[in-house]
Design a protein around this ligand. Sequence first.
Ligand code: 2IT
Length: 439
Amino acid sequence: MNSLEAKHPGEKEYLQAVREVLLSVADVYNEHPEFEKNRIIERMVEPDRIVTFRVTWIDDNGEVQNNIGYRVQFNNAIGPYKGGIRFHASVNLSILKFLGFEQTFKNALTTLPMGGAKGGSDFSPRGKSDREIMRFCQAFIMCLWKNLGPDRDVPAGDIGVGGREVGYMYGMYKKLVDEHTGTFTGKGFDFGGSRLRPEATGFGALYFVENMLRRMNKDIKGKTVAISGFGNVAWGAAMKATQLGAKVITISGPDGYILDPAGLDDEKINYMLELRASGNDIVAPYAEKFPGSQFFPGRKPWEQKVNIALPCATQNELNGDDAKMLVDNGVELVAEVSNMGCTPEAIDHFIETKTVYAPGKAVNAGGVACSGLEMTQDAEHLQWSAEEVDAKLHQIMASIHEQCVRYGQQPDGYLNYMKGANIAGFMKVATAMMQQGVI
Ligand code: 2IT
């Protein structure tokens, strides 16, 4: 950790993600001297390759715009590089390295053969026209396409990149290689996408939560749920939580959060899509549209008393003070759906108070798992029904939960999901690296 900090000063998200995993795996690492001998940790914490490029495009006023693009190909020990692309003003190398590192272990947990990667740009889709988004996506892929391929590196969406952006990027990719190889997941169903891919991250998270509750002899019906965010992940989570009989009482945006004591229903969940499509990145209009709900500007939903908390927005969105409020208010379960949604202080507080908490790399793995299923469908030139995909998603989430139990069970009966997920993911990648020699 010291040498990594010296080599990459200031990359705080990346160093945070690495520290969490290294602390979790210390014991098993020390049981395997062959890992140390082969410098497995030193090799695992550095990305295999980072591609960075200038993306130049022309806006609607005819002005030339420049952004920075990146692809971090982190680790391909267990399969082709796989992971999303993020378009957000905050994107930098530290954030993409943390995401690529997390993705490597998450993908290992899915049981599917996928390595880890992440990419993106500091391009902000906020307020951009459809044509501007298209031109940017095309310019981005013109810089990156040579590094991609169905058995090499398969991108997908993340924050700021949904079906529309994937369509524009894949369109340009396909034109350049002149082959329909499915080298992108989250594509539209009409050109090789998988059923349920848009819903998969949120649905998978709720299937994972059902497994957690089952172990506690509890039922999700009637539980109150706080969700943060209002993007694709929050949308899928709200829909499945509601279908399973829970009551979702919050969503949030960069401008604040909405409290809706009546709970979200189909109309309100659909309205989340409208809010997002507006491109303004705010949730305040929800309170004007649905009487009985209330907007709290500049605040986070974790101050509400709920049974279940599901961070679904972005990294470090739930800090130590938020964790204290949730625990003091008697929260029964916290499942991180965003990547690294909780700060180290928040996680420490959950573990110290024996609060049931599971990390993003386990809870949100349903998204990339469904991407893996999309790759399989593309490779066999078939498309499966929603029922078939949903059944596989259920199995995969149950398997991830089992892996957490296997490696995370503590002597006092507390299940440390973070430790379980980190060790299970680490062991799979480390074993694959060992078997492939020193490369
Ligand atoms: O964080 C994630 O797992 C994603 N953004 C989805 C990645 C993927 O390749 O589907």
